[in-house]
Design a protein around this ligand. Structure first.
Ligand code: HOZ
Length: 433
């Protein structure tokens, strides 16, 4: 096997140094290249659709910081807004109008959201939404779906996707049994199992949380029947339906997955695009539920850097740009073009693949089985994916370093960039055939 440290020596040596002081050399396991082998790139800078590593290589970036950078890196409006904000002070620990303005923008974009609370990450958003669902209903049970990932919340770290799945720890040590004993895990898209669970204990279920369009076992869309049963059963039994739109919010359209699908959950979690590249999460929804949060109500949740002014300014600038110059139709067309090219190339070299895509989120699964849930996602040839990943990297295309993650096309990519990435894919598929 090729010694990767000789290919990108600066990244390799930075990784060695990092490993001596940071566990595994990274501050989030998704970045560690555990699913593809080799060393992670260390990034020197980013601009538009590109990342530049310490060795001076340039890559077309299809991760976009795992979703936030829908406008590309260093979008002038976002840079300008954050510089202006930081000159007014970087954190107050007191309310400011930027928080209200961003909340109004979220409410304007997502009809199911009547009130919003800002936090600092997607994990905090889902953790708080679960607490709120329990506090509001007075019930303990929560339902999640295998392969969905809602951050590293104790009660949701069961059959989790994303890096928990990639690195083989879907149920982490350190999570006490007591934290997950009230969590039921069902198969995504399994309507019969859902109906059975609600029939058995619907009056004990506080809430159901899901990624309405899953990104964390690779891209997996829901069936219409699954979504409508979810809404019907949660309403019938008085359980809170929580859409985790940390990945899909403002990404699949200005109103996220729920507006695209025509759905109306009770609570929604946001992150990623909402912060325009800064640490922002949020949860919002029906006012009668949200008013249970302290200090309006009794459900406790707090955060020193929540609603941070610089992060709020980045979010406002990002959402403003997405509203004024919506990139969604172009992202759809460009992402589709990649899929058409990859499917054609895979067929020509007899590599079995599935290309799942919604808008600008997509995954090339190396399997001949249609991927509709975690079990089918697991039929993938992850070794072949790893080889494909490195072939793409060597051609200057930076994909998510796991079969079980979604790639993101960004608005800074031109037709030429899409053609380059597709050509790299064609050559890489040939190389792994
Ligand atoms: N939530 C991200 C996409 N699965 C991964 C980011 C991370 O865990 O660092």
């Amino acid at each position: 096997m090729l010694d990767l440290s000789t290919v990108r020596p600066a990244s390799a040596s930075a990784f060695e140094r990092a490993k001596t002081v940071i566990p595994g050399g990274v501050n989030s396991p998704a970045r560690a290249f555990g699913g593809v082998g080799g060393n992670p790139l260390f990034i020197a800078r980013a601009d538009g659709p590109f990342l530049y590593d310490l060795d001076g290589n340039r890559y077309l970036d299809f991760i976009g910081s795992w979703g936030p950078m829908i406008l590309g890196h260093c979008h002038p409006a976002v840079v300008e807004a954050t510089i202006a904000a930081v000159k007014n002070g970087s954190s107050y620990g007191a309310p400011c109008e930027l928080e209200t303005r961003l909340a109004e923008m979220v409410i304007d974009a997502v009809p199911s959201v009547q009130m919003v609370r800002f936090v600092s990450s997607g994990t905090e958003a889902t953790m708080s939404a679960i607490r709120l669902a329990r506090g509001f209903t007075g019930r303990d049970n929560v339902v999640k779906f295998a392969g969905c990932y809602h951050g590293h919340v104790d009660s949701l770290l069961v059959s989790a996707g994303s890096s928990a799945l990639t690195l083989g720890v879907p149920n982490s040590p350190g999570v006490p049994v007591g934290c997950t004993q009230d969590t039921s895990v069902l198969r995504f898209n399994d309507v019969a199992a859902l109906a059975e669970l609600f029939a058995a204990k619907g009056d004990k279920i506080a809430g159901v949380i899901l990624e309405p369009i899953v990104g964390n076992m690779g891209l997996v869309p829901p069936t219409a029947e699954f979504r409508s049963e979810l809404r019907r059963l949660t309403q019938k039994y008085g359980a809170i339906l929580i859409y985790d739109e940390v990945m899909t919010g403002f990404r699949l359209g200005y109103g996220g997955a729920q507006v695209m699908l025509g759905d109306s959950p009770d609570l929604t979690c946001f992150g990623k695009v909402l912060g325009g590249g800064y640490p922002v999460g949020a949860y919002g929804g029906r006012a009668d539920i949200m008013k249970k949060i302290m200090p309006a109500g009794p459900v406790f949740q707090a955060g020193t850097l929540s609603g941070n002014p610089v992060a709020m300014a980045a979010g406002i600038a990002t959402l403003n740009e997405l509203k004024v110059n919506p990139p969604y139709a172009r992202l759809e067309e460009q992402s589709n073009r990649i899929g058409v090219g990859l499917l054609k190339a895979a067929a020509s070299v007899n590599v079995p693949v599935q290309f799942n895509r919604v808008g600008s989120m997509w995954t090339l699964f190396f399997t001949d089985t249609p991927v509709t849930d975690l079990d089918t996602a697991k039929t993938c040839d992850t070794k072949r994916f790893g080889r494909f990943f490195w072939e793409m990297m060597d051609r200057g295309v930076y994909l998510p370093c796991s079969q079980f993650e979604a790639a993101f096309t960004c608005a800074a990519m031109t037709a030429e960039h899409i053609a380059q990435a597709t050509q790299a894919g064609v050559e890489s598929l040939k190389a792994v055939a």
